[in-house]
Every structure is written in structure tokens, then in C-alpha cells.
Design a protein around this ligand. Sequence first.
Ligand SMILES: [Ca+2]
Ligand SMILES: [Ca+2]
Length: 225
Amino acid sequence: MLDSPRKIGMVAGTMVFMFLFPLYFAWMPLADEGLANGGGSGQGEWIVSFSESESVLEESTVLEDGDTHMTEFTVGIEDLGDMEIGFIELIVQCNDNDDPGPGFSDSVDGVSDLMDVEGHASGDIQDQSADGTCTGGNGGFTMRWDVTTNYTGESFSITSSQKTISETWNDNGFGIGTWSATISAEINSAPIVGGIVDSDEDFDITWRMITYEVVIEESMVEPTE
Ligand SMILES: [Ca+2]
Ligand SMILES: [Ca+2]
């Protein structure tokens, strides 16, 4: 049977293959379940990190006293692909420098309307309200929604299973839809003889969304032999 070098080579190759293949498939499910390093407890030592992308929508508006402005930010399922939503922020900035001297600062308040956002009806994504004065160089307010619970984007190491990690770090399908908010301006003007010195204010509105993919790596070097 083994009468030529070619046949001998094929048999040897086949035997190596037969030997390696069961080893490979015996090891793979263990690695998937985090058992390879965990001594059969279902646990493993992992480093979890987040590969992030940022989406930003900016607009500006000028409002007089009592004026309101509605702003919207739409998150489509096709925008996300395989990414999960970490958090979404609404940042409203203003800087009232229209009055001579201190006082008479303008202010802004805002209220969200997330009726059309996935996760609002179940109470997982809740409306917020906020306000701020337009002073100090960073006036205004920020609202933030952690669409993934407790999302920070910081990497960490954990003893767990990959399954548990994946089940923890996702957005549950929440956050898709149209995020809406309305801001209202309060303009205060110093009482100067001869007229009003401050009649309005500029507001910069920024919607910011951080999306991510979870990266799970073994924290120890896998033995290869
Ligand atoms: Ca003012
Ligand atoms: Ca002003």
C-alpha cells in the first residue's frame, strides 16, 4: 500500500489531520464558553474593551425672551449596523455677554420628548429636563442617556463568561427612533437708560451619540502546546 513517497506523504498528512482536528474541536467550545482557562467553572479571565464611534449633529438658534425651539436627532437602525448605542447626549451651550457688568444673565431650560424612541414606552429610556444659566464660559446644560446601562467606555478585566459579558454590554435594541427636545430662553437685560441692551441669545445645540462594539480578549496568554 505504501509503495510510493507520494502515498506515504498523503497518509502521514491524513494522520496529522485526524489527530489535530478532534483536538481543535475539543478545545473550541471550551474557549467559547470561557472554560479554557477557568478550570471547568464556566468562568474565564477576560479583558473587556469598547471600540467606539461618534455621531454628532450640531445646530444653532437665536432666541428672544420666552422663545422656544424644537430640535431632533434621528437614530435609524441602518445607521447602527452591528454597533450598540453606548449613550446619547444633548448639549445646549450659551454665553451671555450682552450686559455691561455682572448680573442679568440669560438662561435656558429644556425638556426632552422621547415618545418615538425605542425603550421609552417600557421606561428604560426616560425623559429628562434640565436648565442652566448662560454664564461662566460653559453656560447651558447637558442631558445624557445611558442607552447601555452604566456605559462608560472604559475597559476593564473581569472573571466571567463571554456569554454573560455579551448579555451585559448591549443596548437591548433601545435608542432607535427620533430623539426630540424643546428649549426655552429667558433673556434678562440690564435696565439701561435709553433702551434695552440685551434682547436675545445664541444657543448652540449638539446631539452626540457614542456607539460601540464590545471587544473581549483573554487576559492571559493562551498556552499553545
Ligand atoms: Ca442678559
Ligand atoms: Ca443675551
